[in-house]
Design a protein around this ligand. Sequence first.
Ligand SMILES: [Zn+2]
Length: 388
Amino acid sequence: MWTVNNKANCQKYDNMDYFYDTKIFNLPKKRVYLQISSTGWDAGRILLTLYNNLTYFLSDMKKYTHAWLAMMAMKRLDMGDIPETEGTGKNPKEVQRYARSLVRWFKNYRDFVVQGAWYPDEVFSDQGSSHGAKYSIGDPNLPAPDFKKLPKTMEIYQLMKKQSPLHGKPFVIDGGNVCDRVNAMCHTIVDNFKIQFREEKGNPIGPSSTHMAMRFFILSHYLADSHMPLHCDSRKLEKVHAAIEKIWEDEVNKSYEIDKDNERFFYDPKGYPLATEKMTDLIKNVEEKIISRPFIFNWGNSKYSAWDYVSAVTESSYMLAYEMIPKGSKDMSGKEYKQTPEFERFYEYSSMLLADAVDSIARAWLHVWIRYRQWGPDKNKIIDNYTK
Ligand SMILES: [Zn+2]
């Protein structure tokens, strides 16, 4: 529903240029409010704004895909292989224990995963800035920047190092602050846990655990978006972008029993999304990878922070965008894209990048959890439900 809203109730949108002189933002229940500038407006400009916003919203990873990725990260922490902790100074068994304790904590709040993982798109509406980093191919005469390392189990990273003609070549980052967003979120989650730990129970300044769980799910959204190749590509490929994300969303919808009325998955006895009989090969593949892939706890380099890690992810995503949609391609419809030779590897690439996204979410969550637990409850030897 489109309504004209008064100025006092409007929030400032991050990317003002994109929206010309109108400001738009989303509120819960998919009601979109539009503020018209006081300098006057005309029907053409309104239509253009509506069109721009719609194509932008349509071209973001979809609701149940995001929720599913967060759920799969939980499953990975629960059932994944023994962690490899090389270079972090941590004992693998201890890290494994932390992974399981995080899952135990999460399971109390998993019903909020759909809303939480969708908050950035539905409410924050910062797609213009924080859901990626936009790369273009750089001047070949300029020196190439160093490409950052990722853990060796990250499939797209390994593949791009081997096969991308853009690897080791100059690039330009035209915009997007997903690295800052993720890094800041990791810090604020730890900070809020510390506040919760320090304050008396019931003190209004102490954040609730439900709120903390939701922040983890919000973090998962930004991490997942950094793995989406077209969130890391400056080219205008809106229709293909929307088509790719629709394919993934359809696959998730087909593969799981979803309680649409309550916006959550139905669960299997272990507490994970309940599979339908029609589970697709892509989804099966990702589920298989996230259980069997060894869990590497470190960020790929002992000097890295979450910022460097996400930056490295966006480099791989940029190179993959050009593998999936070659240089010189114009925006095409989903139908046209499916007829290109590149589409033959679409499902193979998708299973790799979606499993990588799950891996990143699990890795970042676990870092945050361990940082808090070792600062507070575990340092103070507090026995609670999560100390096992
Ligand atoms: Zn997004």
